[in-house]
Design a protein around this ligand. Structure first.
Ligand code: WTA
Length: 648
């Protein structure tokens, strides 16, 4: 494959080994009080690594035995149709059975499953039994509305308990959910709904974010003008906003739920039946539909949550992400519920009404584990340590981050001011495609701020050159996975060829993640960012091609090129270069504002644009491809590299 942009930017030099850093106090030893009763203790850690290396199948088979199956597998991983690996082939299960049904037969029946905090500060609690009955009712609603096994259900809801009810209800009934992040635009919702050919959509009248009522149902009205496969739209009443329900497709969630029984026989699914589709950005204009299945996925997230976050059923776990992203699927909804713990859902903005909202929530509920993004940490850090200091955060025992590389400064701030030096920080590297943590420490490992540590036991991530050969310590390379892992994506929806091409063809025999990293002399991973044209804006994944196609859909634009530029808080933001159509004579400032609003309308507010610059022409190859790397090098004042392909 073409080897581009492999830079060893922020890695440790070889001399900076763990030993040397330990002497200087720049690494963090495991804390005795945590290690003493950890799910994976330090003695077992090395053993787990070995077992995961020498007998991958026995390793994951043992993990699978922690869960309930209707019928056992005849093979742990069927490789006969690689790269379409089938984990626990021949078995029958249901992830929702493992998240709910089996708990209500135990002492967990009446324990709190979900703590919900609205932006306005109201609290709601649902026990496992409450959630079980609600999910059963919703599965009955789906069945009554004619939804059958394998049918797709789109879910366009914010972070409220109904999103968990809808997801679990789908899983119980064997329907495939496709959650679309509530910050996406009508167009993005439409595109994803149509690609999935969803028969039903679940949404809400409105919700609160940053003190404002977000009228989500209006966005749905806009999208539904061109979603021909959707027969029914189920609307949750949350805000009481006045909305138009006159279209015969719209039905109230509460009316439907009231009419149903709270018993439902959870469907026995094949372990490799799809559970959900989650669209994510890649290098083309259209998002990819990543498919995850019931069996392997639940085994992977259960094991990783138990080991990395040392989760116990007595914990209150707050993954401060949104269920619209994979982090929320795996570690707000399914993972914590399978583990029988209490999961926290917060509807609103982390800075509303002030910079200590998150610390207030931790104190209010006595949260034990906090998992958030580097962007959020950097944002909160800017407001100063006095805010966390005002609150009793002593219930915290572990911290975590995900979504983008964390700079050591933010790591240390988090460790010192939020964790009060009592909570190790678990930096977890993974992707929508991987479904579960892939490179991450456990609380019993020695940590270096800024490094995500090493692959989770049983996971075979490595850093290689363009030919698939391991690179030496300190050198940057491509992140690959050399063996299948249980929570891996099963395919790309309706596009198995693309699945093979994007992930498995560039370095034959290995899964190519699209990230650049290096390993130091101790084998610690240092992630540096994406190697492809995917941006990470505040941890949100956005393809430059998607931004460009949104920009060129504006009537005045001829061509556009989007690049990522570094940002202190958000990690990365977008910069766009535009050539205008002949004869356009508009005021530049006005046009900039118009284009920003246009992108927002096309894609949603998650695309943060730093600047728009008008050019007479864009640098291109002779075959007409825009050379974004040249624009980026010029923008950042770096060497432009090889320009032989440039047209003129
Ligand atoms: C990036 C999010 C560095 C990476 C779960 C990956 C990270 C992409 C980390 C996936 C981390 C995620 N350190 N980079 N701890 N975690 N990334 O699909 O570039 O939204 O490929 O999944 O986020 O983003 P996605």
């Amino acid at each position: 494959m073409e080897d581009r942009g492999v830079e060893a930017g922020r890695m440790q030099s070889e001399k900076e080994t763990t030993e040397a850093l330990l002497e200087e106090g720049r690494v963090f030893r495991p804390l005795p009080q945590i290690v003493v009763d950890a799910n994976l203790n330090p003695n077992d850690y090395e053993d787990a690594v070995k077992r995961g290396r020498y007998d991958l199948e026995a390793f994951w088979e043992e993990a699978a035995h922690e869960l309930d199956w209707f019928k056992k597998w005849n093979q742990v991983v069927d490789r006969s149709d690689a790269p379409f690996f089938k984990w626990f082939a021949g078995s029958k299960t249901n992830i929702a059975y493992n998240a709910l049904d089996r708990h209500v037969k135990t002492h967990r029946k009446n324990k709190v499953a979900i703590i919900f905090e609205s932006e306005g500060g109201a609290r709601e609690r649902m026990t496992y039994y409450d959630l079980y009955r609600a999910a059963n009712k919703f599965a009955n609603v789906l069945t009554s509305l004619g939804i059958k096994k394998g049918d797709r259900v789109a879910i366009y809801l914010p972070n409220i308990p109904e999103i968990a009810i809808a997801m679990l209800g789908c899983a119980k009934a064997g329907a495939v959910h496709s959650v679309v992040y509530a910050g996406f635009s009508a167009l993005a919702l439409r595109e994803r709904t149509n690609h999935a050919e969803a028969r039903l959509l679940v949404t809400v009248d409105g919700f609160y974010r940053n003190g404002k009522l977000i009228r989500l149902k209006d966005v749905v009205d806009d999208a539904m003008t061109a979603c021909p496969t959707v027969e029914t739209v189920v609307v949750v009443r949350r805000s009481g906003a006045k909305i138009d329900m006159s279209d015969g497709r719209y039905l109230w969630f509460h009316d439907l739920m009231d009419g149903e029984q709270s018993e439902f026989e959870t469907r026995e699914m094949d372990a490799n039946d799809p559970l959900f589709i989650l669209y994510t950005s890649g290098t083309t204009g259209a998002p990819k539909g990543v498919v995850h299945v019931h069996g392997g996925y639940m085994v992977g997230i259960n094991r990783t949550l138990k080991w990395v976050f040392d989760i116990k059923e007595t914990d209150i776990f707050w993954c401060a992400a949104d269920p619209g992203w994979v982090t929320g699927h795996s570690y707000i909804v399914y993972g914590p519920l399978i583990a029988g713990t209490t999961t926290v859902m917060y509807e609103g903005h982390p800075l509303f009404p002030g910079p200590d909202r998150m610390w207030q929530i931790i104190e209010k509920y006595g949260i034990n584990i906090l998992y958030t993004a580097p962007t959020t940490i950097r944002m909160l850090m800017r407001f100063g340590a006095q805010h966390p200091k005002k609150h009793d955060l002593s219930t915290l025992r572990l911290l975590g981050t995900v979504g983008e590389p964390i700079n050591p400064e933010a790591w240390i701030w988090y460790y010192e001011n939020v964790g009060n030096q009592n909570c190790p920080v678990m930096d977890t590297w993974w992707q929508t495609e991987t479904g579960m943590f892939m490179v991450a420490p456990t609380p019993c490992n020695v940590l270096k701020p800024g490094s995500a540590f090493k692959p989770v036991p049983g996971v075979h991530v490595d850093v290689v050159d363009a030919n698939g050969e391991p690179v030496e310590a300190g050198k940057g390379g491509h992140v690959v996975v050399k063996e299948p892992w249980p929570a891996m994506l099963s395919t790309l929806y309706k596009d198995p060829e693309k699945y093979k091409e994007v992930y498995w063809s560039k370095i034959p025999g290995m899964y190519l993640a699209g990230d650049i990293a290096s390993k130091d002399a101790d084998g610690y991973f240092w992630f540096q960012g994406r190697s492809d044209d995917v941006l990470k804006i505040a941890g949100h994944r956005i393809g430059t091609a998607e931004v460009e196609s949104a920009v060129v859909s504006h009537k005045h634009v001829a061509e556009a090129a989007c690049i990522g530029v570094p940002d202190k808080i958000r990690g990365e933001v977008a910069k766009i270069f535009v050539t205008l159509k002949e004869g356009v004579e508009e005021d530049e400032d006005r046009l900039v504002n118009e284009l920003k609003a246009h992108v927002r309308k096309e894609l949603g507010p998650i695309v943060i644009i730093r600047g728009i610059e008008f050019k007479d022409k864009l640098p291109k190859t002779r075959s007409g491809k825009i050379m974004r790397r040249v624009l980026k090098a010029r923008e950042l004042g770096l060497k432009e590299g090889d320009l032989t392909a440039l047209e003129d």
